[in-house]
Design a protein around this ligand. Structure first.
Ligand code: KG4
Ligand code: ZN
Length: 355
């Protein structure tokens, strides 16, 4: 290994959706983490358009990798391995990162590590800044952990027995939470992604103004469903528009009530999970977990269970980023779990974390 530290030095790449990201990590320390967002490009569609995403990844990838290496002041020669997201994600988007990672691994004779994007979100609370000692570490973790991944593509309760041993306790049966926030934001013309705007508007609104239903209360499993809330919001907005009541304040109230309903559904199911599964810690990951209101209500809920909540160290680490890919790759590196034939590595758009 090329460094004084025993931790592997990793170049990590993620092109699973609409962010082109490259990072350099040493174990769980982030040396650089570059995220080139395509949000502006997808604005007109109100969601991610796969072929547009692919072209933008192709255009951005080299520059993003160069910047990540320069910021970390690391050369290709110094790297211990190259890591890349192999799935799940948008097939055309995944291909770009995989192709680049294969080329680099071959060109510089480095091992190649394939990483699951959901596993990366699930473990992202373990990452730490170079300057800052994060209290959470694998050594100090009390297992089992419940990791709640809430993003634009996924909403899952994952039981982590230890690193690499996962059980998916529940997942969304339709839209993901972030997708649902984005779709309702589109109806309100809030741009893409709408999650952060809804959070901001909600702070100025009254979440008790509009009563949304609580989904899936009769099902005994831990699955989630957001499409009913989306339909309820669509009908509510249409009726407010029709009666000429969709002013600034009702829009804020609508955002507050809708956001509250989305998170109440998550916390309702979280309570069920906690009652049945005596976990020791709860971790959050995924773009939606940047939301301060979500963190607040989950933290309050966990107090009653005397459980601590751990979150990624910054909003950037909540959303799609390659540093979390580097983190997972460092665990695979320790087990020498490399892609045996890089030429055969293909995208896995539906790769489950349990595989
Ligand atoms: O993790 P991520 O970057 O990509 C996926 O893996 O899907 O998550 C993106 C999602 C979007 O739906 C976006 O609206 C949502 O995360 N999001 C938020 C916030 N920031 C991003 N949702 C609610 N509140 C936020 N502050
Ligand atoms: Zn993601």
């Amino acid at each position: 290994m090329s460094n004084k530290s025993k931790q592997p030095l990793m170049l990590a790449i993620d092109t699973s959706c609409d962010e082109t990201s490259a990072a350099v990590t040493r174990g769980r320390i982030v040396l650089s983490n570059i995220v080139a967002s395509q949000a502006q490009l997808h604005q007109p569609y109100g969601g991610v358009f796969p072929t547009v995403a692919k072209l933008a990844h192709v255009e951005n990838i080299d520059r993003t990798i160069d910047t990540a290496l320069k910021r970390a002041q690391i050369s290709y020669r110094q790297l211990d391995a190259v890591a890349v997201t192999a799935g799940p994600g948008l097939a055309p988007a995944l291909e770009v990162g995989i192709g680049k990672a294969k080329d680099l691994a071959q060109q510089y004779s480095k091992p190649l590590i394939a990483v699951n994007h959901i596993e990366a979100h699930a473990l992202s609370s373990l990452l730490q800044r170079q300057s800052n000692k994060n209290k959470l570490s694998v050594k100090n973790t009390s297992w089992p952990v419940l990791s709640l991944v809430v993003s634009g593509g996924h909403s899952e309760f994952i039981l982590v027995a230890k690193i690499g041993q996962y059980q998916r306790l529940g997942h969304t049966i339709d839209d993901a939470a972030g997708e649902c926030l984005d779709k309702v934001g589109r109806i309100l013309s809030l741009g893409y992604p709408a999650g952060p705007v809804i959070e901001e508007f909600a702070q100025r609104g009254d979440h008790t103004r509009f009563k949304f239903p609580l989904p899936m209360t009769t099902s005994r499993n831990y699955n989630l469903s957001f499409s009913g809330l989306k339909t309820f919001a669509r009908n509510l907005i249409a009726s407010l528009e029709k009666s000429d009541q969709l002013n600034k304040q009702t829009t804020y109230d609508c955002c507050a009530s809708f956001q509250h309903a989305v998170f109440r559904h998550i916390t309702y199911k979280l309570e069920k999970v906690l009652q049945q599964h005596p976990v020791k810690e709860v971790w959050l990951g995924g773009g939606v977990t940047a939301n301060i209101y979500l963190r607040k209500i989950v933290r309050q809920q966990l107090k009653a269970h005397q459980l601590k909540l751990y979150t990624p160290f910054s909003k950037k680490i909540c959303g799609d980023n390659a540093a979390m890919i580097g983190l997972v790759a460092s665990f695979r590196f320790a087990q020498q779990q490399f892609v045996s034939n890089p030429n055969q590595l293909t995208r896995k758009p539906r790769w489950p974390i349990t595989d």
